[in-house]
Ligand binder design. Structure first.
Ligand code: UDP
Ligand code: MN
Length: 397
């Protein structure tokens, strides 16, 4: 564990706390050795804070900052983004020597600890204007001096887009021309919208995606996973919900120290990837973009996200469906850590979706519940993600 390096995210509302939870879980699922930290603002509810304390190594309360730049924000069509100035506080985390910031609307698909080999300020191009970097994923060095200079820059020049990205791009203005090692490959910040703006590139390189970014107004927590009208988007949103709802059985007793409790969640990369792709209909799934629909998902070493980077995976024999199904028994759908009030425009969604027992439960249902609670989840049948999603749909309706 490199205790002086950390992944950092930010949540200023209970909804973004849901996103932050997925960031932490997906990082842990892929076995990061770095600390995982969330910055929250004082308005975040006590319930959400407690839930975040279970997921993060550190929960740090920071002041709200707002660009109050309604003109630029209205040009961008995102009046809510002034609050993203709060992100600048990440430079105050001087207990860490180097950090990787991840927006709360990102989903990590494999281990990305190699990002710590990069230096400040490393980031991937913005799909809308590639001479600017996108500030959803960036490597930085906490420093009170830089923090002060950033605030000063904000006061003098504001932000050309009203949010943190405009400010950071004008502060680190040499990014586009100075040092190519500070250009992260696009697969570290793959915005879902880019899939459609350059589909052949996605077909060619998408299997290497490492971090998905739900850039723009449609956040996965606002979605049922089937409302976008596009299969690829649906699959990404489904992966997000899956990460939110499913993680490995915490076999360690609750009284154990936090680090001990977290260890069981670190499952082998290969299994994690299979969880990400299980139950995806091969004709509809992301995989359909990478292989002909007629190819079986399990009959050969299927192309999976991040596959080219995982040495262990390449050495392994492809596993049978039975083996995969056994590995799912280690996983469990648990009550989401955040209360239903975290969901915009819905109530009790996640709790209801993870509680398969109706009020007047039959013995069979009670048995199902018992098995569920023991971690014996029928991922390929009754408890398949499609069924969970159906429950979610019912409650979101
Ligand atoms: N954010 C937040 N509350 C908000 C808006 C944004 O906490 O109301 C944080 C959150 O970490 C989010 C980041 O600021 O991921 C940037 O905002 P967003 O991801 O919505 O912008 P986009 O990536 O869509 O441009
Ligand atoms: Mn974002």
């Amino acid at each position: 564990m490199s205790a002086d390096e950390a992944f950092v995210t930010l949540a200023t509302t209970d909804s973004y706390c849901m996103g932050a939870t997925v960031v932490a879980r997906s990082l842990r699922r892929h076995g990061t050795t770095r600390h995982i930290v969330v910055m929250i603002t004082p308005n975040i509810s006590e319930q959400s804070r407690l839930a975040l304390k279970n997921e993060f190594d550190d929960v740090i309360v920071v002041d709200v900052m707002d660009s109050e730049d309604s003109l630029h924000l209205s040009l961008l069509g995102r009046p809510e983004l002034g609050i993203t100035f709060t992100k600048i506080h990440c430079w105050t985390l001087t207990q860490y020597s180097k950090c990787v910031f991840l927006d709360a609307d990102t989903l990590v698909l494999c281990n990305v600890d190699e990002l710590f080999e990069r230096d400040e300020l490393s980031a991937a191009p913005d799909p809308g204007w590639p001479d600017c970097f996108n500030s959803g994923v960036f490597v930085f060095r906490p420093s009170l001096h830089t923090h002060t200079r950033l605030l000063d820059h904000a006061r003098r020049h504001g932000s050309f887009d009203g949010g943190d990205q405009g400010l950071l791009n004008s502060f680190f203005s040499g990014w586009s021309v100075e040092d190519i090692s500070k250009h992260l490959p696009f697969i570290y910040n793959l915005s879902v919208s880019s899939v459609y703006s350059y589909l052949p590139a996605f077909q060619q390189f998408g299997h290497g995606a490492k971090i998905i970014h739900f850039l723009g107004g449609d956040k996965p927590w606002k979605s049922q996973g089937n409302s976008s009208g596009s299969h690829t988007m649906e699959q990404f949103v489904s992966l997000w919900w899956k990460e939110y709802l499913i993680h490995t059985t915490p076999s360690a007793p609750a009284a154990q120290p936090k680090q001990e409790q977290k260890k069981p969640q670190q499952i082998p990369e290969r299994e994690a990837k299979m969880k990400s792709t299980e139950n995806l209909d091969s004709t509809n799934s992301l995989l359909a973009h990478f292989s002909p629909p007629s190819e079986s998902l399990y009959s050969q070493p299927e192309p999976t996200l991040c596959s080219h980077t995982d040495g262990r995976q390449l050495e392994e024999e492809p596993r049978s469906l039975e083996e995969e199904s056994r590995s799912y028994e280690e996983t469990e759908v648990v009550d989401p850590p955040l209360g239903a009030e975290g969901l915009e425009g819905s109530d009790a969604t996640a709790d209801a979706a993870t509680d398969p027992r109706p009020a007047d439960a039959e013995p069979e249902q009670l048995e199902h519940r018992r098995m569920w609670e023991m971690g014996q989840v029928d991922y390929l049948g009754r408890d398949s993600f499609q069924n969970i999603q159906r429950m979610l749909d019912r409650f979101l309706d």
